[in-house]
Design a protein around this ligand. Sequence first.
Ligand SMILES: *Cc1c(COP(=O)(O)O)cnc(C)c1O
Length: 383
Amino acid sequence: MEILKRAWAEVHLDRLRANVENYQNCLGSETGKTQLMCVVKADCYGHGSPACSLYLQEEAGIRWFAVSNLNEALELRESGITGEILILGYTPPEYAGVLSENNIIQAATDLKYAQELSACADNCAGKPVRVHIKLDTGMSRLGLRFSSPDEYCEQILSIASLENISAEGLFTHLSSADSMDSESVEFTKEQIKLFDSVCDKAQKLCPQLKERHFMNSAGGVFYNNSKATLARLGIIMYGLTPDRELKLPFELHPVMELKAVVSQVKYLEKGASVSYGRTFTAPGRIKTATVAAGYADGVPRLLSNKGEVLIGGKKAPIIGRVCMDQLIADVTGIDVRPGDVAVIIGSDGANTVTADDIAEKCSTIGYEIVCGITKRVPRVYLK
Ligand SMILES: *Cc1c(COP(=O)(O)O)cnc(C)c1O
């Protein structure tokens, strides 16, 4: 391991593949034709791109990738991703030429934006800009939004007929596919129904709109639909659940483990205070381990006096405030020496702390925890 042994993230690529395979099986033999579009935005949700993306292409046979922006797309191209790349978010129209030169597909979110792309593509006399047209069916974020399928179709056809634009697909995004309460289920079904009726119509009139996709991780598990040519797989691929309450029909394998070394071990007498602001006071004689990771590494400060790390296979409560580069754990009764490894996310012996466990303590979601592991934490890739 050619890294500084301070704080690091171990990324288990074999687990990435296992999650992809489980999801693929879940999409089902019944459809068979739905391909995976792996969502590798935000540095593969903090797991490290291009390494994870390349692994998906080379070892898991993935041919479709989705990112949030042009920089992420170009980084993939430069690192050797030859499959299709869709930008889900905004690209300023003046980059039309860069999109077409690099064979990157852009989300077209309304007619005006598509017209601007078309005009810019004309100026740089490049190949047409490939787009998938985004329909807003209830997320109220990006995409065409109308009250009837006919109006959607009219706009779709206007976009598809623009010069310098090659419209190749339609997609939408589900807002609540990971909630199982009846209102959310009803809402999701309505989104899918609207999407289906618009797609059925538009694809008849405009067969070049070959691709159609609406499933995110949760959508693929609970609303699988054989008309979709692609499913956009994000969080589940990384081994986390879209929602803590959600029960999935297969096992998830968390891909990332976050570890750091114990830099010092000491005893504190009763009454000694710990860390900034003295928010913890030793209730008696305790043994502490100082661990070399803090909020600048992505360990949330909200874990102060709340979280726990695993040391020697045992749970060691975080005491006092999490600092920028360090935290302090109560290791009373645990056999530990400086240089030993503390597991912040991951398993040690019989115990496990998941990003979802941490998220719960911080009133957020696992997505934010893994995306928050910072750049200075080296990623170590294990097969
Ligand atoms: C991020 C994103 C996804 C992936 O969502 P997961 O819940 O991680 O599966 C899919 N589609 C769009 C448009 C996204 O922005």
